[in-house]
Design a protein around this ligand. Structure first.
Ligand SMILES: Nc1ncnc2c1ncn2[C@@H]1O[C@H](COP(=O)(O)OP(=O)(O)OP(=O)(O)O)[C@@H](O)[C@H]1O
Ligand SMILES: [Mg+2]
Length: 477
């Protein structure tokens, strides 16, 4: 029945407010009634003293004196009292007040149950009670009773007050309380309705959006959820969808890039092999073309390795083998491996290393991979006869290695993007040397994985400087 949050909240709130209001109205009416009755008893007690003194001043229990009766009648009618005077046998000797002229009782004698009350009064007890005398008086009454003794005779006076008037006042009060309670309930239901709607609407929107997203439609967002926790949830949800969409775009772009990078070498391999097989390529040119094919297969191999590295780093499954080693030593060694390429381009090397050994704790193979890409880039994107700079030094508690060249440089607009996978400066003048644009994105991830920092400074057509800072091993053992 209450399957939605909205209906459950609404129902709960209605039940709570109805219960609270009913309870409040009941408690209020009861306590009001109690307060009213106590006040009235006090009033009757005050009058009781007056009545007794009137009786005692006159003939005592058997009063029939017109003057006494007139006085009592006056007290009774001004207070809406009925006053009874009884002897010790339970005979009502006189009645003043409402109904005194009519025959209230067939026999003016109390029944047995009321006699018990009389006995209590005669024994000196003062009573203040409601309900007991209702039957003989044909209406709900409150009663106070008091003993009288005169000339050795015992008797009692009972003063009754009909609750009718008082009940109607109380009835009015209760009616007002009930009306206010109903109004409060109605208001709370209206407020709860809108509040529940405000909470449940974004939730159902989110649920609908989540279903759409699961089907691949990322356009859905949750609107107008306010600034509270629900609003926060909605905005986090929207952010999550934005992020998912970005990820999805990146993924699609990545797949498109990978397919493209795979297709071009494959097409060229296919073309050359086909040409060799069907004899289109003359015999004397076969070796040349086969070398190209070999180059393309190497490029494919490198691409696949880079992709594997990237996917492992992103999945957090790129194990690091941290050891302590001398960065100067590694830099020297790697520079030697590039000798061939550097010489082929007629470049001049300016290498200066920090004095002594520069120990760092890092994954040596990964550092070699990063430095190799930086050197490869510096050579690839330099003009013949250019200069290659390699520096190592200590900066604070970090070891710094700088690889720079005075080659083509990177245009300012491309600088922020060179760390993205497959990003290459789109420039017809530069020969990208068959690179895929994955080198720097892998380098950045590797350096950051080792809590280091890599950054670049460059001016188009002038220079490019890559700076890596990595925590130094402080105690050189
Ligand atoms: N020293 C440099 N001088 C000029 N441009 C550079 C230099 N280093 C990088 N770039 C630019 O940044 C791009 C990204 O470099 P990155 O190393 O990621 O890719 P790549 O060298 O083209 O390919 P890969 O490293 O995967 O073989 C390069 O394509 C080039 O346009
Ligand atoms: Mg590179």
């Amino acid at each position: 029945m209450f399957r939605t949050v909205f209906s459950r909240m609404l129902a709960t709130n209605i039940v709570i407010s109805v219960l609270t209001m009913t309870l409040l109205a009941l408690v209020l009416s009861f306590s009001l009634r109690g307060v009213f009755i106590n006040k009235q008893f006090e009033e009757m007690r005050r009058n009781e003293d007056n009545i007794i003194s009137i009786i005692e001043k006159n003939q005592g229990i058997k009063w029939a004196e017109p003057s006494t009766l007139i006085q009592l009648q006056a007290v009774a009618s001004s207070n809406h009292f009925v006053i009874w005077l009884l002897d010790n046998h339970g005979n009502i000797l006189s009645i003043a007040g409402d109904g005194s002229d009519s025959d209230q009782f067939e026999q003016n004698t109390l029944g047995d149950n009321l006699k018990a009350v009389l006995i209590k009064v005669l024994s000196g007890e003062e009573i203040a009670t409601t309900g007991i005398f209702d039957a003989p008086l044909n209406a709900p009454v409150m009663t106070v009773g008091h003993p009288i003794t005169q000339n050795g005779m015992m008797g009692a006076v009972f003063i009754h007050l009909k609750l009718q008037e008082f009940e109607s006042i109380l009835g009015n009060v209760i009616m007002n309380i009930t009306l206010s309670a109903l109004l409060a309930i109605a208001l709370s239901v209206i407020l709860t309705y809108f509040n529940s709607l405000r909470i449940s609407r974004p939730l159902s929107q989110m649920s609908a959006a989540a279903k759409e997203i699961a089907r691949g439609n990322m356009q859905k967002r949750v609107n107008g959820a306010g600034k509270d926790e629900i609003g926060e949830l909605a905005s986090s949800f929207n952010k999550m969808v934005d992020e998912l969409q970005t990820q999805e775009n990146v993924r699609r772009g990545f797949i498109a890039n990978v397919s493209h990078e795979l297709r071009s070498p494959l097409t060229s391999i296919q073309g050359f092999v086909q040409g060799i097989l069907d004899g289109t390529v003359p015999e004397n040119q076969r070796d040349k073309h086969l070398k190209t094919v070999l180059g393309e297969t190497k490029r494919l191999g490198k691409l696949i390795n880079d992709l594997l590295d990237l996917s492992q780093i992103e999945a957090g499954k790129f194990p690091l083998h941290i050891t302590k080693f001398d960065l100067n030593e590694v830099a020297r060694r790697i520079l030697i491996t590039f000798e061939g390429k550097i010489e082929a381009k007629g470049m001049e090397v300016d290498a200066r290393f920090a004095g002594g050994k520069l120990f760092i704790r890092a994954d040596m193979d990964r550092m070699v991979q990063v430095l190799a890409n930086l050197l490869d880039n510096a050579v690839k994107f330099s003009r013949s006869g250019g200069k290659l700079y390699v520096r190592t030094k200590t900066v604070g508690n970090a070891a710094r290695i700088i690889i720079a060249d005075n080659g083509l440089g990177i245009p300012k607009k491309d600088l922020p993007f060179i760390w993205q996978g497959f990003y290459r400066v789109d420039d017809t003048t530069r020969e990208n040397g068959g690179g895929t644009g994955l080198g720097l994105s892998i380098a950045k991830k590797i350096i950051e994985q080792q809590k280091g920092n890599i950054r670049v400074r460059s001016a188009e057509g002038a220079y490019t400087v890559f700076i890596i800072d990595i925590l130094k091993e402080t105690v050189s053992k």
